[in-house]
Design a protein around this ligand. Sequence first.
Ligand code: COD
Length: 300
Amino acid sequence: MVLKTLSDLKLIVKGGPKKKLVLAAAQDHHSLGAVIRAWKEDIIEPILIGDEAEIREICHSFNYDLEGVIIIDEQDTLKSVEIAVKMVNTRQADILMKGKIGSSGLLKCVLNKEWGLRTGNLLSHIALFEVETYHKVIAVTDVAMNIAPNLQDKIAILNNSVECLNKLGYVMPKVAVLGAVEMVNENMEATLHAALLSKMNQRDQIKNCIIDGPLAFDNAISLESAQLKGIRSEVAGETDLLLMPDIEVGNVLYKSLVFFAKAKVASIILGASAPIVLTSRSDSEQAKFDSILLSAAASK
Ligand code: COD
C-alpha cells in the first residue's frame, strides 16, 4: 500500500486497539483540539498533564468536551513532561505528545538516561506530507531532531524511517538521498554520503527499500526533470522518502511545503521506546491530528 493522502492513515488504525496517549504541557489550544478529536474518533485514549485550570479554560472556550478525560495537574512545564515521559517509560501510556513546550526541552527529557525513552537506537524525526503537486504522500527525514547527521547517523535514520513506512504498508519504499546536485562532488559531503548509501543498499547493507542518490530535489520528485538531465533512476519521480543532508535543509523544506505549498503534514519521532508526536507549536490542529494518526499507525 502507498498512501495517497494523510487520511489514508485512518484505514491503518481503524479497528485496532485504542492507544493511550499522554499529552505533556497540555495547556495548548491546537494540541487539545487534536487530542479530543482523536479521542472522539476512537483512535486514542487521552491523558492530559499540565496546568489544569488553563486546560479547562481552553477547553471551555473552544467547547471541547473533557468529560471522562484523565487530567493530572502540574503547573511546572518541565515536571509535566517528566511525568509524561515516565508514564510512557513504565508502559502506562503508549504514545507521548508534546504540548506547550519547545522541541529541544521535550527531547532532552526523552533522552534522559534514567527514565527517558532511549532504546540504544538513534532517535530521528519523520514527516509525511500531502501536497497537491505530488501524486502521493511523500515522507521527509530528518527535519527536526538530528542536527548534522554523519554517515552512520544517516544509516540509522534511514532504518528508522523504512521500518516506519513498512509498518504503514510500504513494501519497498523508494528513497532519494538529496544533494544540491545529482553528481558525486568530493567537496559536497551530502553527495558522498548519498553515493555510499545507495551502494550500501545495492549490497543489502540497508534493506527493505530502494535507495538512489545523490539526487537533486527536482530529479527526486519529477521523472521529466530526471530524464531531461539524462538520469536513469528507479526512484526519480516516484520517491516515497527524501533523506535530507541536515536539519537546516530539512526544516526549510518542511516550512516551505507547509507555508508556500499549503501541504498537510503529519510528523513523529522514531527510534524511541514509543512514538512521540512532536509537531511544531505553530502547526495547525489538522497537522497535530494527522500526527496522532501517524503515531497510532506506527505503534502497531
Ligand atoms: N538519538 C539517540 N540519542 C541521542 C540523540 C539521538 N538523536 N541525540 C543525542 N543523543 C544522546 C547522546 O548520545 C548523549 O548521550 C545525550 O543524548 C546528549 O547528547 P547531546 O549533548 O549531543 O544532546 P543535547 O541534549 O544537547 O541535544 C539533543 C537534542 C535532540 C535536544 C539536540 O540534538 C537538538 O536540539 N536537536 C534539534 C531539536 C530542535 O530544535 N528542533 C527544532 C526543529 S522544529
